[in-house]
Design a protein around this ligand. Structure first.
Ligand SMILES: Nc1ncnc2c1ncn2[C@@H]1O[C@H](COP(=O)(O)OP(=O)(O)O)[C@@H](O)[C@H]1O
Ligand SMILES: [Mg+2]
Length: 249
């Protein structure tokens, strides 16, 4: 599904800052992987490179056998629309469009037939439990609902890989749990591969594997073995080890 080799990203011109210092990572079909680490450790940078929003300084990304770096602008845009789905912290919905119009936007851009769009929309809305929202404007729905809509938009074209950057970052606990249960459902029932950046240990406990990044390097990884509660405890102690005050003295 995804293979990343010696991925490096420098920002800046003369005085370069090494945001990623050679990341190696493999993700197989159907995995649900979390990315954690202190603020500024390079999590969003990694996700943006995988999302083909930004280009690496060095190293290679292979997504379903394709190196996005070898594609021209038009091919990248098509690749992104067909193979990837994105969910962000701030939902990124279009305020002038209805919920329904927001969700089918990727298909509209790809010139899909209206009858096919309607069918896909109906199946997905039912699956995500957002049918009553479809005709509303995005200003009329709550944050938790908006994130469900954003997930629907990210999923409408059945992408192989869903990328999420702090998807619960603006949500209360109840809405966070709803959205994470949605991710879990997508992963388990639809076999969607998910890569999610989060600083929230509860959200992270829904993942099957967590990789920890610090100062642009992959420092550790843990897998869920004995259920979600046990994994949550493991995540907390890993975070304490990696980010904790112990390291300051
Ligand atoms: N566009 C940019 N230009 C310069 N520096 C950047 C840019 N984006 C991120 N950085 C820097 O790279 C580092 C990693 O950022 P980021 O990937 O956003 O971290 P995280 O998501 O883990 O908080 C930070 O030190 C940040 O200031
Ligand atoms: Mg970030």
């Amino acid at each position: 599904m995804l293979k990343v080799e010696n991925l490096q990203k420098n920002y800046g011109e003369k005085l370069q800052f090494e945001a990623l210092k050679g990341i190696n990572l493999s993700v197989v079909d159907g995995e649900f992987v979390g990315i954690m680490g202190p603020s500024g450790s390079g999590k969003s940078t990694l996700l943006n490179l995988l999302a083909t929003i930004d280009q690496p300084t060095k190293g290679q990304i292979l997504l379903n056998g394709t190196d996005p770096g070898s594609l021209d602008q038009e091919e990248i845009a098509r690749f992104r629309r067909r193979e990837l789905g994105f969910v962000f912290q701030n939902f990124n919905l279009m305020p002038t469009l209805t919920v329904e119009e927001n969700i089918v936007l990727p298909l509209t851009l790809d010139g899909e037939k209206i009858s096919v769009m309607k069918k896909k929309l109906q199946i997905l809305a039912e699956f995500l439990g957002i049918e009553p929202l479809l005709k509303k404007r995005t200003a009329e729905i709550s944050g938790g609902q908006a994130q469900r809509v954003a997930v629907a938009r990210a999923m409408i074209h059945r992408p192989g890989l869903m990328l999420a950057d702090e998807p619960t970052g603006n949500l209360d606990t109840k809405s966070s749990k709803d959205v994470m249960n949605l991710f879990k459902q997508l992963n388990e029932q639809e076999a969607t591969t998910i890569l999610m950046v989060t600083h929230d240990p509860l959200a992270a406990s829904y993942c099957k594997r967590i990789i920890f990044i610090k100062d642009g390097e992959l420092v550790h990884e843990i897998r869920q073995m004995r259920g979600q509660r046990d994994f949550y405890e493991k995540i907390l102690s890993e975070l304490a080890r990696i980010e904790g005050v112990d390291n300051e003295f």
